[in-house]
Design a protein around this ligand. Structure first.
Ligand code: KIV
Length: 275
């Protein structure tokens, strides 16, 4: 049974139990209205650190702070009651030591009500994942293209091609063994994503990966077509809100300049009739 049939939000263990079943549905969310739209439709919503690029116009996710994540996490939490909330740990908030990771993960969960945190990294983060899980922090891992490492990965390239494939498989195995309840596979060739999905016992959540993954995630603004000039190969646009928004703003500007907006129905009479 899909976790979305529930009246309450699924828990990390419910998501883990969806391995191999009906695909897990997820999107990023950064605001209350968007969260309300996906509540009860998605199994989980991720307050991704992509918020820095998507909503704040940052050039990468590296400048995102704990305070930004908490502010957006709280906004998303207000819009969800039947969809699980997962929140990203921002760059610099977990890499230094398991203790640092626990302190910041606990703060994110305490101040937003998120059920789990997501962090980037494979084998080198396994000890930290085990440390967090042992202390009550459910962890979603993220391997493949890890945007917080673009400066060492050399950009937003597909990961795990050719001789890198075994290392990526080892990363996925390591985070599963460490106790992560699921793992995001970002920009991984489809055949390798399928191999990883078969090899590990936790759900894989694909973005630019394979329909064979146990679930999918997209950045909500991308799939709604809110960006007119940005269309990566792995994004399907289910709406063209960016174009509609631009047209609406142009129409509004014309009407204001022509004094046709506001019209009679949009303004208040000086005195109610008969008074
Ligand atoms: O920050 C984000 O939006 C993400 C998703 C792309 C998985 O990590």
């Amino acid at each position: 049974m899909s976790a979305t049939a529930k009246k309450t939000a699924p828990l990390p263990d419910d998501i883990r139990a969806m391995k191999g079943g009906t695909p897990i549905v997820s999107l990023t969310a950064y605001t209350t209205p968007m969260a309300r739209m996906m509540d009860g439709v998605c199994d989980f919503a991720l307050v991704g650190d992509s918020v820095g690029m998507v909503l704040h116009g940052m050039p990468s996710t590296l400048g995102v702070t704990m305070e930004m994540m908490i502010l957006h996490g709280q906004a998303v939490a207000r819009g969800l009651s039947r969809t699980m909330l997962v929140i990203d740990m921002p760059f610099g908030s977990y890499e230094e030591s398991p203790e640092q990771a626990f302190r910041n993960a606990a703060r994110l969960m305490r101040e937003t009500g998120a059920a789990a945190v997501k962090l980037e990294g494979g084998q080198h983060m396994a000890d930290t994942i085990a440390f967090l899980v042992a202390r009550g922090v459910p962890v979603m891992a993220h391997v493949g293209l890890t945007p917080q490492s673009i400066n060492t990965l050399g950009g937003y390239k597909v990961q795990g091609r050719d001789d890198q494939a075994d290392a990526l498989l080892a990363d996925a195995r390591a985070v599963a063994q460490a106790g992560a309840f699921s793992v995001v596979l970002e920009k991984v060739p489809a055949g390798l994503a399928d191999r990883i999905t078969e090899a590990i016992d936790i759900p894989t959540i694909g973005i630019g990966a394979s329909p064979g993954c146990d679930g999918q995630i997209l950045v909500v603004d991308d799939m709604l077509g809110l960006f007119t000039a940005f269309k990566p190969k792995f994004v399907k646009r289910y709406a063209t809100l960016g174009e509609e928004g631009e047209a609406a703003i142009r129409a509004y500007a014309e009407e204001v300049r022509a004094r046709t907006f506001p019209a009679a129905e949009h303004v208040f009479a000086d005195k109610a009739p008969g008074t």
